[in-house]
Design a protein around this ligand. Structure first.
Ligand SMILES: C[S@@+](CC[C@H](N)C(=O)[O-])C[C@H]1O[C@@H](n2cnc3c(N)ncnc32)[C@H](O)[C@@H]1O
Length: 221
């Protein structure tokens, strides 16, 4: 396995208002590194990260896939969106858009069925529901009941935005009930698996992978 360097994020001076890369971010990088052969093989044209924060994950993906893909970073926190842009620019990534918005709301319906790689390291911490919905630093962690309230906003949209053969990676903690998420996505025809699991302090973190099956001629009959 080729070792992919962790993107330099020391130039960013935004961590009073933007999520600073932590164990969850680094587990996500390790999962993508492990997945690099698969990711190259599907030859992605469009890669989207929801909740791009500092930009470390999208920059890392771009360093695996190179210039043939287009990278879209979306974050509800305006300062995070600016940081993502700075990170991509700092690492000389050229084909990108950074958007400040909620989830996939700003992707037009024409983009349905076109996203080859979708990434989300969400706000996963269980919190009271009234802490969910901010646009500042609290949006990095506040996940509401079971830490699932923000995750559950994205899940129903994944299938329609992924291309055939496209892949979605999602980081979860145990409290998010990853097994239940896999069942939900499998019911939509996505093939679910675990890429990596690691305990970091009191959190059992797992990166899940969901593949949208390519339809065969038999499926279309
Ligand atoms: C745990 S942080 C991950 C940041 C970065 N991807 C990383 O791994 O270091 C979650 C990110 O999701 C963003 N976020 C939360 N709710 C969102 C929403 N509804 N739409 C888009 N981004 C959201 C937060 O602002 C935050 O940057």
């Amino acid at each position: 396995m080729t070792c992919i360097p962790t993107p330099d994020y020391s130039h960013l001076k935004c961590y009073d208002s933007v999520y600073e890369p932590s164990e969850d971010s680094f587990l996500f990088l390790d999962a993508l590194e492990q997945e690099q052969d698969f990711l190259k093989q599907i030859n992605p044209l469009i890669c989207v990260e929801v909740g791009s924060g500092s930009g470390i994950i999208l920059t890392f993906l771009a360093s695996i896939l190179g210039g043939k893909s287009h990278y879209i970073g979306i974050d509800i926190n305006e300062k995070a969106s600016q940081c993502t842009q700075q990170s991509l620019c700092h690492h000389s990534i050229q084909n990108y858009d950074c958007i400040c918005d909620n989830m996939l709301d700003s992707l037009s319906s024409r983009m349905r069925g076109t996203v080859d790689v979708l990434l989300f390291n969400p706000p996963y911490v269980p919190t009271p529901s009234d802490e969910v919905g901010g646009t500042g630093l609290s949006a990095s962690w506040a996940g509401g009941m079971h830490g699932r309230e923000v995750i559950d906003l994205l899940l129903p949209q994944v299938d329609s935005f992924l291309s055939d053969g496209g892949v979605f990676y999602l980081l979860t903690v145990e409290e998010n009930r990853p097994g239940e998420i896999c069942q939900l996505m499998a019911a939509k025809g996505l093939i679910a698996s675990k890429v990596l699991t690691r305990r970091a302090r009191n959190e059992l973190l797992t990166v899940l992978k969901f593949i949208k099956k390519k339809l065969s001629k038999d499926d279309l009959k």
